[in-house]
Design a binder for this molecule. Structure first.
Ligand SMILES: Cc1ncc(COP(=O)(O)O)c(C=O)c1O
Length: 383
């Protein structure tokens, strides 16, 4: 599908500039139809659980297709934090193997789940960024005989830095550590093949670059990975047969379904299936080239005009966003929102993020908006 045809699926572009996919992807016509199909099925059939379960399995399959995995290796969960919890709950922490290595560019709720494991004997180490950058060496220096879990974001939410996941994972495996990747800020725009990443677990929700709605996320677990403990969070969807209804029997399902808990978010599953069906019609390499061209264009324009950026300048380390320094990022984002330009403020940056639906006109519009803001509030934005 061409980028123009893809853009036509997203009504927001009729009157607005959507550049906040790092926060929430744009709503497509396909997702709108799918969500109304959910309501229709409820209205007409009362309790169509079989059809709804099929929809959940379709969402699982679409996600598996996005990351080149088998659907049996994918658990349907409610949010990324739940995935992190399930991962850490099966790690045995002992006095000789207790370390969790992560980074301060990790999304907070993932890092918080690691920190919450400290009372169980875990010790969390943060690889600290310098000016938004983390090097491979910094990560490797933290990994050793006592490492139980290495956590690497595919792309940082904070500034779009891409991490060398494969190199970190291969090194961690030499020490017998397990590797978990939060792919939320990349999957949907970066080509992702779990087999190539060499990680043990991969987590993502769907509401950013996978263009779905809140309420559903996925945990991929490497096939054949021996569980070291049962997950401590469970529910009937974690059973071999959820519909056996035997409260006395706690039989964990084979494959990734063992990490599932209670009733999946059915409306979100409808949205996720529709959204990822669109993504799966695209060629991932073409999508990334398109996004890279737009981020490069925006970066060059902003650097030429003297803006200060927090995102990596080198294209090989840059994800789908450009992070622009602002004294009051909420103020700037609201200023742009009044002009129907949607960006995402976080701390001292405004994140301008791209998908296959964005085009050159969006770059021009956001630059015009930033320049207007700078004319009005010169001291509040770099340059
Ligand atoms: C990298 C990353 N991980 C996780 C999350 C969210 O985690 P959860 O699904 O637990 O809310 C976000 C953003 O909301 C994110 O950017």
């Amino acid at each position: 599908m061409l980028a123009e045809s893809f853009r036509a699926h997203f009504p927001v572009f009729r009157d607005s500039v959507h550049l906040c996919s790092c926060s929430e992807g744009a709503l497509s016509d396909r997702v709108m139809v799918a969500m109304s199909e959910f309501m229709t099925s409820w209205r007409i059939h009362g309790a169509p659980w079989d059809a709804w379960m099929e929809e959940v399995d379709r969402a699982r399959q679409e996600f598996a297709n996005v990351i080149h995995a088998n659907a049996d290796d994918v658990a349907v969960i409610s949010c990324a934090s739940e995935g992190a919890f399930q991962v850490v709950s099966e790690q045995p922490f002992s006095s000789t193997r207790c370390d969790i290595v992560t980074t301060d560019l990790e999304f907070p709720s993932i890092a918080h789940v690691w920190l919450a494991a400290e009372p169980r004997g875990a010790k969390v180490h943060f690889v600290r960024h310098q000016e938004g950058m983390v090097t491979l060496d910094q990560y490797l220096q933290q990994i050793g005989e006592t490492t139980q879990l290495v956590s690497v974001p595919l792309v940082s939410y904070a500034n779009g830095l891409r991490f060398p996941v494969k190199a970190i994972a291969s090194y961690a495996h030499r020490y017998g550590a397990r590797v978990v990747v939060d792919a939320y800020q990349g999957v949907g725009v970066l080509p992702v093949d779990v087999n190539e990443l060499d990680c043990d677990y991969l987590i993502s929700g769907v509401l950013k670059y996978l263009l779905g709605a809140p309420g559903i996320a996925f945990l991929w677990v490497r096939p054949g990975l021996t569980p070291r403990n049962n997950p401590s969070l469970t529910g009937w969807f974690g059973r071999r047969n959820p519909f056996a209804f035997t409260p006395q029997v706690l039989d964990f399902a084979d494959g990734a379904r063992r990490y599932q808990t209670g009733t999946p978010a059915i409306p979100a599953a409808f949205a996720a299936t529709a959204a990822m069906s669109l993504i799966n019609e695209l060629d991932a390499a073409t999508v990334f080239r398109h996004v890279e061209r737009l981020t490069t264009q925006l970066q060059n324009e902003l650097l030429n005009r003297g803006y200060r950026l927090f995102s990596p300048l080198d294209a090989s380390q840059r994800g789908p966003q450009i992070a622009v320094w602002a004294e009051d990022s909420e103020h700037l984002a609201n200023f742009l929102k009044d002009r129907h330009i949607f960006v995402s403020p976080r701390g001292h940056v405004v994140r301008v993020s791209f998908h296959f639906y964005n085009d050159d006109s969006d770059v021009v519009n956001v630059i015009d908006g930033l320049e207007d803001y700078r004319r009005l509030y010169p001291s509040r934005i770099s340059g």
